[in-house]
Design a protein around this ligand. Structure first.
Ligand code: TEU
Length: 585
């Protein structure tokens, strides 16, 4: 009902028209009648991120694979999601779990074949789920044939695909590496030179200043666009353009390395070129991983008139709550509210609370204790799915999957964690304190296998899982939650349905209420005459607030407590982690 009312008064300016293959003609007619809003499929609905190695194993080798995902296509559809972003599954020596690509057109056999991929993607698209590919082109693997040829001869046709510093010029100017404690240059004996790597030693940076390399990248993207992918997530692209005169950077510059390594003006030229070569002709969109350091940087990347990328995915919330002393609700409100206001008039962004580079959402922002895990995860999912911006849900967060306890470094395989450990050790840091923090925030937490049921190995694999399964799978799993109407899973499904049916939750203006309240995060969303109020108790205590007398509640859309929500006389009272969305006038 609300959906229809909002549509009547609007005409979409579909400036960059979306793929209409699974839109009904009725919907298309309605879009033509709309005004004011630039409707796009990638703004509406919910995106679900799958870490393929950990989702479902079909052949018992302990690694998730495409056929495992095919087995769960109906599950994906049941979630009410509208797109899937999958982490890399290309040929790779797996130094950084696939973010080190050795062949951009080949599938790592661990995940299956190209036929399996096509069947999986088509299966999603037939269910109204678009597919977003991870494009990792700031760097390749050192096993890529380009690098293998480039490192052997200074005359190789691929030499200029990478960044080199000839040893006869002496030591190269220091460059910071995110994963390598020894810095960003590594020596290669064959050609007596150093190559640059922003990430691990096995991830040499590609030279975007070279037009031939850029053309290779566009050709790779076209290859996948022709296979039918609907969008791209541009991994670490901020670092792609470099000043190849390699100036010295001031000492200690790494504390602000994005300023030095990221978003050179030339990058915008390259993105415009990519837009014209790939995004526009193939009618696909692209998400920016990282958005510079200012709002202006983000706008310059994603505003429609820039013709570069389309969705900003910034890191401000990621920086919050990285340590076990966590965040304050005031900070949380401030970060989300300021980004919302920055995008109120132009541009678009993703909203997320976790991903494969972070620990689990409920540990960082909610309350993982068994008695509060369900309600606090539901509260966070209510938040995620009622904000402006496209919600990006990480697999397992629809169940309330939690961090895994890994106090001992011997169990860690992630290159980032191992690099940080080496650095801490070399600096003589307090290793007990370091391990405590790593256990809380490491990327390993978010990569444990999906918890399907209470059987051995959580129904993830019949073999030995590549990574230890969180022992709490016995309580937290899909099978257990499927039949429980009050589960995190069924609440998530209600939220996706609510968002899909109410454009006010997608496009409505956001207004923060009670900015100083230290328990409640309340905000309204307004689109024409539609108005909803989102009420979230971020605390373990009952929380109260008073509603302004200009607002009256007309109905309840969702409530994670079975007790009826009432607000007699404008007095609100929320149970611990209660989350309610009401309509208001
Ligand atoms: O991450 C890019 C990035 O900027 C990282 O610093 C990220 O913030 C860090 O890993 C967080 O702990 C991307 C991918 O998301 C990441 O998984 C890869 O390891 C990285 O690129 C290299 O490809």
């Amino acid at each position: 009902m609300m959906y229809r009312l909002s549509l009547i008064s609007m005409i979409a300016l579909v400036t960059w028209s979306c793929n209409t293959s699974n839109q009904s003609s009725e919907e298309t007619d309605e879009q033509e009648e709309m005004t004011e809003i630039d409707r796009q499929w990638w703004k509406e609905g919910t995106l679900y991120q799958i870490y393929p190695q950990s989702f479902k194993d079909s052949d018992g080798d302990g690694y998730g694979d495409f056929r495992g995902i095919i087995e769960e296509l109906d599950y994906l559809e049941s979630l009410g999601i509208t797109a899937v972003w999958m982490n890399p599954f290309f040929e790779s020596p797996m130094v950084d779990n696939g973010y080190d690509v050795a062949d951009y057109r080949a599938i790592n056999p661990r995940y299956g074949t190209m036929e399996d991929f096509e069947e999986m993607m088509t299966g999603m698209q037939q269910r109204g789920i678009r597919f977003v590919l991870d494009v990792v082109v700031n760097h390749s693997s050192d096993q890529h044939e380009w690098f293998q040829a480039a490192k052997k001869s200074r005359d190789s046709e691929y030499r200029e695909y990478y960044h080199w510093w000839p040893a006869e010029k002496g030591e190269p100017p220091y460059r910071y590496s995110l994963f390598d404690p020894e810095g960003g240059w590594d020596y290669v004996e064959e050609t007596d030179s150093y190559y640059l790597h922003t990430f691990a030693e096995a991830q040499p940076d590609l030279n975007w200043e070279n037009p031939k390399l850029r053309q290779e990248v566009y050709d790779i993207m076209k290859f996948w666009a022709e296979k039918g992918v609907d969008g791209f997530r541009m991994d670490a692209f901020q670092f792609a353009s470099k000043d190849i005169t390699y100036p010295e950077f001031p000492e200690g510059y790494e504390s602000d390395f994005i300023k030095y390594h990221g978003l050179r003006p030339q990058l915008h030229e390259y993105l415009k070129e990519m837009y014209l070569e790939v995004l526009e002709p193939y009618n696909v969109y692209a998400v920016a991983e990282g958005s510079g350091s200012t709002f202006q940087d983000a706008h310059d990347l994603v505003d429609a008139d820039r013709k570069e990328l389309q969705v900003a995915y910034h890191f401000d919330y990621v920086s919050m709550s990285r340590t076990p002393d966590r965040y304050t609700l005031a900070e949380f409100k401030e970060v989300f509210s300021k980004w919302d206001s920055a995008f109120a008039e132009a541009g678009w962004m993703a909203i997320f609370l976790s991903n494969h580079d972070n620990s689990r959402m409920v540990n960082r922002f909610g309350d993982p204790r068994p008695e509060f895990r369900t309600v606090s995860t539901q509260m966070l999912n209510t938040f995620l799915l009622s904000m402006r911006g496209t919600p990006y849900t990480y697999y397992g967060d629809e169940l309330g999957m939690t961090n895994i306890d890994m106090p001992n470094i011997d169990e860690y395989v992630d290159i980032e964690a191992l690099g940080k450990y080496q650095t801490a050790k070399a600096k003589g840091a307090d290793l007990d304190a370091f391990m405590k923090e790593l256990n809380y925030n490491s990327r390993e937490n978010g990569r444990t296998p999906m918890q399907w049921d209470a059987s051995e190995n959580a129904g993830f694999t019949s073999g030995k899982p590549w990574k230890r399964i969180n022992p709490n799978y016995v309580e937290i799993n899909v099978a257990e939650q499927n039949d429980n109407p009050n589960s995190v899973l069924n609440h998530f499904r209600k939220m996706t349905a609510l968002r899909n049916d109410n454009l006010v939750l997608v496009y409505g203006d956001y207004e923060l209420l009670w900015p100083d309240h230290d328990q409640i995060y309340g905000f309204t969303r307004t689109l024409n005459d539609e108005r909803v109020l989102v009420l979230l108790n971020f605390s373990v205590e009952v929380a109260t607030a008073e509603l302004s007398n200009t607002m009256s509640i007309t109905g309840t859309l969702i409530n994670n407590y079975s007790k009826e929500f009432n607000a007699e006389g404008g007095k609100l009272s929320l149970e611990p982690y209660q989350a309610v969305i009401v309509t208001i006038q």
